[in-house]
Design a protein around this ligand. Structure first.
Ligand SMILES: C[S@@+](CC[C@H](N)C(=O)[O-])C[C@H]1O[C@@H](n2cnc3c(N)ncnc32)[C@H](O)[C@@H]1O
Length: 130
């Protein structure tokens, strides 16, 4: 199990888990030791208070997570990504639909009422072969 985050989470992990301090926009996916059965992106921007700007930065993180996923996910695998719902939401969902057999949108029960966070789920990854 491998995680990446901009910041060191300073937590004790079980032996099979590793977290690397990396920027998702900088990392070379070939160095991530895939392939994996599942990729989860819980990435979120630091909120600025400007809702539309925060939504756009969240969309960019989802699109970057999807790009990395295309390299590291096994065929048939699953992708889950948190997104702040906004103008680009449909675009992100369509991009996931292009390479997954099914796409679902989830709002976990534990989500606070005032939160505009959702999770996009891609099932049955179908890598594009050229
Ligand atoms: C909502 S927190 C979730 C963190 C973790 N999943 C947890 O539950 O503690 C969002 C995380 O996204 C990370 N993040 C934001 N932009 C990132 C980027 N470009 N590359 C890697 N991580 C990023 C932040 O550092 C932050 O830890």
């Amino acid at each position: 199990m491998l995680g990446i985050d901009l910041n060191d989470p300073k937590v004790t992990l079980p032996p099979q888990a590793e977290i690397r301090t990396l920027d998702a926009f900088q990392v070379d996916p070939e160095t991530l030791d895939g392939p994996f059965d599942l990729v989860i992106s819980d990435m979120a921007p630091k909120t600025s208070g400007q809702r539309h700007a925060d939504q756009y930065r969240s969309y960019e993180l989802v699109m970057r997570a999807l790009e990395l996923t295309k390299t590291v996910l096994k065929p048939g695998g699953t992708f889950v990504a948190k997104i702040f719902q906004g103008a680009e939401f449909e675009e992100a969902r369509d991009a996931i639909r292009e390479v997954f057999g099914k796409v679902r949108t989830l709002r976990p029960k534990a989500t606070r009422d005032e939160s505009y966070e959702l999770f996009l789920v891609g099932l049955s990854f179908q890598p594009v072969t050229t």
